[in-house]
Design a protein around this ligand. Structure first.
Ligand code: AMP
Length: 290
Protein backbone atom coordinates (compact mmCIF):
# COMPACT_ATOMS: atom_id res chain seq x y z
CA UNK A 1 0.00 0.00 0.00
CA UNK A 2 1.16 3.50 -0.79
CA UNK A 3 0.17 6.36 1.48
CA UNK A 4 -0.24 9.66 -0.31
CA UNK A 5 -1.05 13.06 1.17
CA UNK A 6 -1.18 15.47 -1.76
CA UNK A 7 -3.67 15.82 -4.60
CA UNK A 8 -0.91 16.08 -7.23
CA UNK A 9 0.87 12.90 -6.08
CA UNK A 10 -2.31 10.84 -6.03
CA UNK A 11 -3.33 12.08 -9.49
CA UNK A 12 0.07 11.17 -10.88
CA UNK A 13 0.11 7.68 -9.32
CA UNK A 14 -3.44 6.87 -10.49
CA UNK A 15 -2.96 8.19 -14.04
CA UNK A 16 -0.80 5.21 -15.03
CA UNK A 17 -3.42 2.75 -13.79
CA UNK A 18 -6.16 4.62 -15.62
CA UNK A 19 -4.14 4.63 -18.85
CA UNK A 20 -3.66 0.88 -18.47
CA UNK A 21 -7.45 0.54 -18.38
CA UNK A 22 -7.61 -0.63 -14.78
CA UNK A 23 -10.85 0.14 -12.96
CA UNK A 24 -10.54 2.22 -9.79
CA UNK A 25 -12.74 1.60 -6.76
CA UNK A 26 -12.92 4.33 -4.13
CA UNK A 27 -14.01 4.32 -0.48
CA UNK A 28 -14.14 7.77 1.15
CA UNK A 29 -13.95 7.72 4.97
CA UNK A 30 -13.15 9.87 7.98
CA UNK A 31 -10.94 7.12 9.42
CA UNK A 32 -10.97 5.42 12.82
CA UNK A 33 -11.85 2.39 10.81
CA UNK A 34 -14.22 -0.38 11.84
CA UNK A 35 -15.81 -3.42 10.24
CA UNK A 36 -18.28 -1.25 8.31
CA UNK A 37 -15.48 0.54 6.48
CA UNK A 38 -13.66 -2.75 5.86
CA UNK A 39 -16.81 -4.25 4.35
CA UNK A 40 -17.09 -1.36 1.88
CA UNK A 41 -13.47 -1.91 1.03
CA UNK A 42 -14.01 -5.65 0.50
CA UNK A 43 -16.70 -4.82 -2.03
CA UNK A 44 -14.46 -2.26 -3.77
CA UNK A 45 -11.64 -4.77 -3.99
CA UNK A 46 -13.89 -7.49 -5.36
CA UNK A 47 -15.15 -5.23 -8.15
CA UNK A 48 -12.07 -3.22 -9.17
CA UNK A 49 -8.43 -3.69 -10.16
CA UNK A 50 -7.21 -0.80 -8.03
CA UNK A 51 -8.59 0.41 -4.69
CA UNK A 52 -8.24 3.82 -3.08
CA UNK A 53 -9.35 4.62 0.46
CA UNK A 54 -9.36 8.21 1.67
CA UNK A 55 -9.15 9.26 5.30
CA UNK A 56 -10.05 12.89 5.79
CA UNK A 57 -11.96 14.43 8.67
CA UNK A 58 -13.67 17.10 6.62
CA UNK A 59 -14.15 20.37 8.53
CA UNK A 60 -16.80 21.56 6.04
CA UNK A 61 -19.30 18.99 7.24
CA UNK A 62 -19.05 19.77 10.97
CA UNK A 63 -21.22 22.44 12.58
CA UNK A 64 -19.73 25.01 14.95
CA UNK A 65 -20.88 23.08 18.03
CA UNK A 66 -20.02 19.64 16.71
CA UNK A 67 -17.19 17.22 17.45
CA UNK A 68 -14.58 18.16 14.78
CA UNK A 69 -11.75 18.64 17.30
CA UNK A 70 -12.46 15.48 19.26
CA UNK A 71 -13.47 13.24 16.33
CA UNK A 72 -11.43 10.04 16.92
CA UNK A 73 -8.29 9.70 14.83
CA UNK A 74 -5.65 6.94 14.68
CA UNK A 75 -3.88 6.98 11.33
CA UNK A 76 -1.28 4.43 12.40
CA UNK A 77 -3.85 1.80 13.32
CA UNK A 78 -5.96 2.61 10.24
CA UNK A 79 -2.91 2.24 7.96
CA UNK A 80 -2.13 -1.18 9.43
CA UNK A 81 -5.73 -2.32 8.89
CA UNK A 82 -5.76 -1.08 5.29
CA UNK A 83 -2.36 -2.62 4.54
CA UNK A 84 -3.60 -5.95 5.87
CA UNK A 85 -6.80 -5.62 3.83
CA UNK A 86 -4.75 -5.14 0.66
CA UNK A 87 -5.61 -1.56 -0.26
CA UNK A 88 -3.47 -0.10 -3.05
CA UNK A 89 -3.60 3.59 -2.13
CA UNK A 90 -4.38 5.37 1.12
CA UNK A 91 -5.09 9.05 0.46
CA UNK A 92 -4.69 10.89 3.78
CA UNK A 93 -4.44 14.60 3.01
CA UNK A 94 -4.17 17.30 5.65
CA UNK A 95 -6.73 20.11 5.75
CA UNK A 96 -4.36 22.45 3.86
CA UNK A 97 -3.73 19.78 1.18
CA UNK A 98 -7.47 19.53 0.54
CA UNK A 99 -8.28 23.20 1.09
CA UNK A 100 -5.17 25.31 0.35
CA UNK A 101 -7.40 28.37 0.24
CA UNK A 102 -10.77 29.00 1.86
CA UNK A 103 -13.40 27.24 -0.23
CA UNK A 104 -15.77 29.51 -2.13
CA UNK A 105 -17.45 26.77 -4.12
CA UNK A 106 -20.19 24.72 -2.52
CA UNK A 107 -22.04 21.72 -3.88
CA UNK A 108 -25.45 21.57 -2.26
CA UNK A 109 -28.49 19.37 -2.70
CA UNK A 110 -30.68 21.70 -0.69
CA UNK A 111 -34.02 19.94 -0.60
CA UNK A 112 -32.80 16.45 0.31
CA UNK A 113 -30.06 17.97 2.45
CA UNK A 114 -32.15 20.19 4.67
CA UNK A 115 -34.48 17.67 6.24
CA UNK A 116 -34.12 14.76 8.68
CA UNK A 117 -30.45 14.62 9.75
CA UNK A 118 -29.92 17.82 7.71
CA UNK A 119 -32.48 19.68 9.86
CA UNK A 120 -30.59 18.66 12.99
CA UNK A 121 -27.22 19.50 11.35
CA UNK A 122 -27.59 22.60 9.14
CA UNK A 123 -24.93 22.75 6.41
CA UNK A 124 -23.74 19.20 7.05
CA UNK A 125 -24.80 17.71 3.72
CA UNK A 126 -23.44 20.63 1.68
CA UNK A 127 -20.10 19.93 3.37
CA UNK A 128 -20.42 16.25 2.45
CA UNK A 129 -21.47 16.89 -1.17
CA UNK A 130 -18.64 19.39 -1.62
CA UNK A 131 -15.88 17.15 -0.27
CA UNK A 132 -17.19 14.07 -2.09
CA UNK A 133 -17.25 16.00 -5.37
CA UNK A 134 -13.70 17.20 -4.78
CA UNK A 135 -12.55 13.67 -3.90
CA UNK A 136 -14.28 12.30 -7.03
CA UNK A 137 -12.43 14.92 -9.10
CA UNK A 138 -9.12 13.92 -7.53
CA UNK A 139 -9.54 10.12 -7.68
CA UNK A 140 -11.79 9.90 -10.75
CA UNK A 141 -13.05 6.49 -9.62
CA UNK A 142 -15.12 4.12 -11.75
CA UNK A 143 -17.12 3.19 -8.65
CA UNK A 144 -17.46 4.66 -5.17
CA UNK A 145 -18.72 2.75 -2.13
CA UNK A 146 -20.95 4.17 0.60
CA UNK A 147 -22.71 2.66 3.62
CA UNK A 148 -26.49 2.39 3.82
CA UNK A 149 -26.04 3.27 7.49
CA UNK A 150 -25.90 6.88 6.25
CA UNK A 151 -29.03 6.40 4.15
CA UNK A 152 -29.76 10.08 3.55
CA UNK A 153 -26.12 10.64 2.58
CA UNK A 154 -26.36 7.92 -0.10
CA UNK A 155 -29.61 9.44 -1.43
CA UNK A 156 -27.97 12.87 -1.64
CA UNK A 157 -24.84 11.58 -3.35
CA UNK A 158 -26.86 9.59 -5.88
CA UNK A 159 -28.90 12.70 -6.66
CA UNK A 160 -25.76 14.86 -6.93
CA UNK A 161 -24.12 12.37 -9.30
CA UNK A 162 -27.29 12.29 -11.44
CA UNK A 163 -27.81 16.05 -11.45
CA UNK A 164 -24.18 16.86 -12.28
CA UNK A 165 -23.56 13.82 -14.55
CA UNK A 166 -20.55 12.88 -12.46
CA UNK A 167 -18.98 9.86 -14.18
CA UNK A 168 -18.97 7.44 -11.25
CA UNK A 169 -21.06 4.43 -10.25
CA UNK A 170 -22.41 4.70 -6.70
CA UNK A 171 -22.60 1.43 -4.76
CA UNK A 172 -24.52 1.28 -1.47
CA UNK A 173 -23.46 -1.41 1.01
CA UNK A 174 -25.74 -2.78 3.78
CA UNK A 175 -25.09 -1.67 7.37
CA UNK A 176 -22.60 -3.73 9.36
CA UNK A 177 -23.58 -4.24 13.01
CA UNK A 178 -22.03 -5.29 16.31
CA UNK A 179 -23.17 -8.59 17.86
CA UNK A 180 -26.03 -6.88 19.78
CA UNK A 181 -27.29 -5.06 16.68
CA UNK A 182 -25.75 -1.61 17.22
CA UNK A 183 -24.50 -0.27 13.88
CA UNK A 184 -20.69 0.00 13.75
CA UNK A 185 -19.68 3.68 13.94
CA UNK A 186 -16.48 5.55 14.70
CA UNK A 187 -18.52 7.62 17.16
CA UNK A 188 -19.45 4.54 19.27
CA UNK A 189 -16.11 5.09 21.03
CA UNK A 190 -17.65 8.17 22.71
CA UNK A 191 -20.16 6.01 24.60
CA UNK A 192 -19.54 5.24 28.27
CA UNK A 193 -20.14 1.57 29.21
CA UNK A 194 -23.62 2.46 30.52
CA UNK A 195 -24.40 4.41 27.34
CA UNK A 196 -23.08 1.58 25.17
CA UNK A 197 -25.53 -0.78 26.90
CA UNK A 198 -28.35 1.75 26.46
CA UNK A 199 -27.51 2.27 22.77
CA UNK A 200 -29.00 -1.10 21.86
CA UNK A 201 -32.36 0.70 22.08
CA UNK A 202 -31.64 2.04 18.59
CA UNK A 203 -31.58 -1.28 16.68
CA UNK A 204 -34.34 -2.53 18.98
CA UNK A 205 -36.50 0.41 17.90
CA UNK A 206 -35.97 -0.61 14.25
CA UNK A 207 -37.19 -4.12 15.10
CA UNK A 208 -40.10 -2.74 17.15
CA UNK A 209 -41.17 -0.59 14.22
CA UNK A 210 -41.24 -3.62 11.93
CA UNK A 211 -43.30 -5.46 14.53
CA UNK A 212 -45.80 -2.59 14.81
CA UNK A 213 -46.18 -2.35 11.03
CA UNK A 214 -46.56 -6.10 10.77
CA UNK A 215 -49.30 -5.91 13.41
CA UNK A 216 -51.31 -3.76 11.00
CA UNK A 217 -50.66 -0.18 12.19
CA UNK A 218 -50.24 1.92 9.05
CA UNK A 219 -50.68 5.55 10.17
CA UNK A 220 -47.15 6.98 10.06
CA UNK A 221 -47.77 9.77 12.62
CA UNK A 222 -49.02 7.22 15.12
CA UNK A 223 -46.16 4.85 14.33
CA UNK A 224 -43.57 7.62 14.74
CA UNK A 225 -45.06 8.55 18.13
CA UNK A 226 -45.03 4.92 19.26
CA UNK A 227 -41.42 4.43 18.13
CA UNK A 228 -40.32 7.68 19.85
CA UNK A 229 -42.05 6.48 23.02
CA UNK A 230 -40.29 3.12 22.77
CA UNK A 231 -36.92 4.92 22.55
CA UNK A 232 -37.76 7.31 25.43
CA UNK A 233 -38.38 4.31 27.68
CA UNK A 234 -34.58 4.07 27.76
CA UNK A 235 -33.66 6.86 30.23
CA UNK A 236 -30.32 7.66 28.54
CA UNK A 237 -31.88 7.98 25.06
CA UNK A 238 -33.45 11.05 23.43
CA UNK A 239 -34.99 10.56 19.99
CA UNK A 240 -34.14 13.58 17.78
CA UNK A 241 -35.44 12.24 14.48
CA UNK A 242 -37.99 9.43 14.13
CA UNK A 243 -39.24 9.51 10.56
CA UNK A 244 -41.03 7.09 8.28
CA UNK A 245 -40.37 8.11 4.69
CA UNK A 246 -40.50 6.89 1.12
CA UNK A 247 -37.35 4.75 0.66
CA UNK A 248 -36.36 6.37 -2.65
CA UNK A 249 -37.57 9.98 -2.57
CA UNK A 250 -37.43 10.38 1.25
CA UNK A 251 -40.82 12.09 0.87
CA UNK A 252 -43.21 12.12 3.80
CA UNK A 253 -45.96 9.51 3.69
CA UNK A 254 -49.22 9.33 5.61
CA UNK A 255 -49.91 5.64 5.43
CA UNK A 256 -47.64 2.61 5.11
CA UNK A 257 -48.70 0.77 1.97
CA UNK A 258 -45.40 -0.67 0.71
CA UNK A 259 -41.74 -0.57 1.64
CA UNK A 260 -41.01 2.26 4.06
CA UNK A 261 -37.79 3.77 5.38
CA UNK A 262 -37.48 4.31 9.13
CA UNK A 263 -34.74 6.82 9.85
CA UNK A 264 -33.57 7.34 13.44
CA UNK A 265 -31.28 9.94 14.94
CA UNK A 266 -31.00 9.27 18.66
CA UNK A 267 -28.94 11.06 21.28
CA UNK A 268 -27.42 8.84 23.96
CA UNK A 269 -25.79 11.16 26.51
CA UNK A 270 -23.77 13.57 24.34
CA UNK A 271 -23.49 11.20 21.37
CA UNK A 272 -25.85 11.19 18.39
CA UNK A 273 -26.38 7.80 16.78
CA UNK A 274 -27.81 7.35 13.33
CA UNK A 275 -29.55 4.23 12.09
CA UNK A 276 -32.23 3.18 9.64
CA UNK A 277 -34.04 0.23 8.16
CA UNK A 278 -36.21 -0.24 5.11
CA UNK A 279 -39.22 -2.17 6.36
CA UNK A 280 -40.92 -4.17 3.65
CA UNK A 281 -43.57 -6.40 5.14
CA UNK A 282 -44.71 -7.82 1.81
CA UNK A 283 -41.25 -9.08 0.88
CA UNK A 284 -40.58 -10.27 4.46
CA UNK A 285 -43.63 -12.49 4.03
CA UNK A 286 -42.63 -13.52 0.54
CA UNK A 287 -45.80 -11.88 -0.79
CA UNK A 288 -44.48 -9.45 -3.37
CA UNK A 289 -46.61 -8.99 -6.43
CA UNK A 290 -45.53 -11.38 -9.16
P1 AMP B 1 -17.36 7.65 7.95
O1 AMP B 1 -15.91 7.33 8.15
O2 AMP B 1 -18.17 7.50 9.19
O3 AMP B 1 -17.58 8.95 7.21
O4 AMP B 1 -17.92 6.52 6.99
C1 AMP B 1 -17.32 6.26 5.75
C2 AMP B 1 -18.22 5.35 4.98
O5 AMP B 1 -18.44 4.15 5.70
C3 AMP B 1 -19.59 5.96 4.70
O6 AMP B 1 -20.00 5.62 3.39
C4 AMP B 1 -20.44 5.28 5.74
O7 AMP B 1 -21.81 5.19 5.36
C5 AMP B 1 -19.83 3.90 5.79
N1 AMP B 1 -20.18 3.25 7.06
C6 AMP B 1 -20.08 3.78 8.30
N2 AMP B 1 -20.55 2.90 9.20
C7 AMP B 1 -20.97 1.81 8.52
C8 AMP B 1 -21.57 0.57 8.89
N3 AMP B 1 -21.83 0.27 10.15
N4 AMP B 1 -21.87 -0.30 7.91
C9 AMP B 1 -21.61 -0.01 6.61
N5 AMP B 1 -21.05 1.13 6.19
C10 AMP B 1 -20.73 2.03 7.14
Amino acid sequence: METITTIADLRERLAAHRRAGRSIGFVPTMGYLHQGHLTLLGRAKAENAVTVVSIFVNPLQFGANEDLAKYPRDLERDSALLEEAGVDFLFAPGVTDMYPQPMQTVVDVPKLGSELEGAARPGHFAGVATVVTKLFNIVQPDAAYFGEKDYQQVAIIRRMVDDLAQPVRIVAVPTVREADGLACSSRNVYLTPAERTAAVIVPRALAEAARLIRSGIADTTRLEQMIAGFIRAEPLATPEVVALRHPETLAEIDTVVGPVLLLLFVRIGQTRLLDNRVIDIASENGMEAA
